[in-house]
Design a binder for this molecule. Structure first.
Ligand code: AP5
Ligand code: MG
Length: 216
């Protein structure tokens, strides 16, 4: 059976940061719906053009487009052993769709680490985040600075600040999360899959707690 892990939590809590470390440690593929949309925007695809207007406003991209994109990604052979899903599902309809998609392969979501942190901390993390334009590696000016300002330590590409990391948009993204994504907390808790992880700790300590959650 494959291992599908859903990382749940608000914008800026550290899903992308942790997914990259966990992917390395577990050998599972990191699938980020946000990264997939940004790749489409960069490549100027039709999907990218449609998604961009929602992303820039801090709104969710409609379920049908999002589900089709993630379904196609999961169907690729590198996800055969499973994946670490970061930012998907984000609505109950997406969670139901994921369940059906995985059921086609006789699989299901194994565990849902739910990373938490207070709103002030999320805003602070996102306002000083720098993202690598080649592969989406993330840094923070204070908490995880790159060795050389503006350059990714891992692949040497340029770092940029995401358009949707402006303070106003971040606040709206958090509201959207509370309204549309937070219902998934009880959805997965009722299935006995939710494990809460304190995201206010250091990056290393959060990783340790996540690895412990995966071993459970
Ligand atoms: P997406 O890219 O998924 O953004 P998000 O969920 O808002 O989350 P972020 O990427 O902003 O935060 P993160 O939790 O990954 O934190 P990170 O590790 O970078 O989605 C963007 C948009 O795409 C959405 O708004 C929507 O429009 C669309 N979209 C995506 N998926 C969708 C879906 N399923 N359905 C519909 N629409 C969808 O860390 C943040 C910062 O904090 C970094 O600087 C990092 O270095 C730092 N940091 C991390 N951990 C720590 C720590 N423990 N201590 C100190 N600093 C830390
Ligand atoms: Mg992210």
């Amino acid at each position: 059976m494959a291992t599908y892990i859903v990382l749940l939590g608000p914008p800026g809590v550290g899903k992308g940061t942790q997914a990259k470390v966990l992917a390395k440690q577990t050998g599972l593929v990191h699938v980020s719906s946000g990264d997939l949309f940004r790749e489409n925007i960069k490549n100027q695809t039709e999907l990218g053009r449609l998604a961009q207007s929602y992303i820039n406003k801090g709104e969710l991209v409609p379920d049908d487009m999002t589900i089709a994109m993630v379904k196609a990604r999961i169907a690729r052979p590198d996800c055969e052993m499973g994946a670490i899903l970061d930012g998907f599902p984000r609505t109950p309809a997406q969670a139901d769709a994921l369940r059906k998609i995985l059921a086609e392969f006789g699989d299901d979501v194994k565990v849902v680490p739910y990373i938490t942190a207070p709103e002030e901390m999320l805003v602070e993390r996102l306002s000083r985040r720098w993202t690598c334009c080649a592969q989406g590696h993330v840094f923070h000016e204070l908490y995880n600075p790159p060795q050389k300002a503006g350059v990714c330590d891992i692949d040497g590409s340029e770092l940029y600040q995401r358009d949707d990391d402006k303070a106003e948009t971040v606040k709206h993204r958090i509201q959207v999360y509370l309204k549309q994504t937070a219902p998934l907390i009880s959805y997965y808790r009722e299935q006995g899959k939710l494990v809460e992880v304190d995201g206010t700790q250091s990056i290393e300590q959060v990783t340790q707690d996540l690895l412990a959650a995966l071993r459970q």
